[in-house]
Design a protein around this ligand. Sequence first.
Ligand code: ATP
Ligand code: MG
Length: 419
Amino acid sequence: MSPIQAIRGMNDILPEHADLWTFFEDTVEDWLRSYGYRGIRMPIVEQTALFKRAIGEVTDIVEKEMYTFVDALNGDSLTLRPEGTASCVRAVIQHNLLYNAPQRLYYTGPMFRHERPQKGRYRQFHQVGVESLGYAGPDMDAEHIIMTARLWKRLGLNDIALQINTLGSSADRIRHRSRLVHYLGQHVDMLDEDSRRRLQTNPLRVLDSKNPSLQELIEAAPKLLDDLDEASLKHFEDLQVMLRAAGIEYQINPRLVRGLDYYNFTVFEWVTTQLGAQGTVCAGGRYDGLIEQIGGKPAPACGFAMGVERLLALLEENAFQAPRVATDVYLVHQGDAANKFAMAAAEQLRDQGLHVLLHCGGGSFKSQMKKADSSGARYALIIGDDEAGAGEVTLKPLRELGEQMRMTVNAAASLINAG
Ligand code: ATP
Ligand code: MG
């Protein structure tokens, strides 16, 4: 029988990479707490209608990337979450979390999109998502950008550039839409099939097309920036003042529209040139209309998501070494009494906070010592029936020269902890 393989585009994270993942997750959690964000965990499966309503029917995600299936038991249409914002907002509304205070929230976990797998683009990938709900001002947009800049610094990543744009208010966009439709309408013959359809349903999405042959047309299209009213311009200008005060460099990219319909005002992306075509490692913006759109009391909000795989690839690209959790002790034992005593001794050492590898599977002292040497542990502790009879262990340093010494388990623990 041929062995069963994982699904294409869905990766196993093997032990050789697990240290890097753990390091990243720990760093991110500490960083988020330093800004006062609190965790929230949502289910991985939601009603399909949630994503259609939140992300927009005429978007790449909803039109062609969702894992949607019918629940065979009750006929409901369900979807594996393609992103976290919709679920997070759904949870906030359902549990009335905005009842008397705004919320700073974060989550991490797998997301699912049926895309063509390639470097940096997978069908199951991971995001760290951050959402601030109930905040209207550009100070929160600025906080999100400033905090991500701090994370890059902490991870030693300097080749990530910031692009910002504003999508204005819905009134701005209605104004812009008619200008854009007029412009695109004059060039219908140049549009691909997708864009022609979108010209009717969601013209702003044409600007989001990745088709290379459309880029020139998109480049010359009317700019939303020129259709903004005073209040929208002020939000954008205020944000930039705060970014400059914080010493954050940025580029205004008037073509940055983001692939989801829920954004308004500020949008931003952090992009690196080190990962080829999949260079966006973090993206987000303001989505003031979304809470009301999925049934909550109107409240402003903004957020962003990082692509974990892309950031880890960037760390590896920069030869980053994750700190390895070292094993302190490899416990070698042979003989009936010794084997029994070794298991209790290992627990006793762990009581003292040590990381202990207890040899399992028997074998000669010599073969066990070989395993101890190659394990990377700092010490071998050796228990024969002799030691077991006396309630003691023989300690042997593995990484430096040193005498073997006999002592009680607690004495060994103190010595190792002190070293
Ligand atoms: P892209 O333009 O690369 O398709 P997107 O605009 O669809 O990205 P978002 O929905 O904004 O992406 O998701 C936020 C981040 O999640 C992205 O910037 C990226 O780092 C990461 N991401 C998105 N889709 C994938 C994927 N299929 N595989 C790996 N990472 C992804
Ligand atoms: Mg995408």
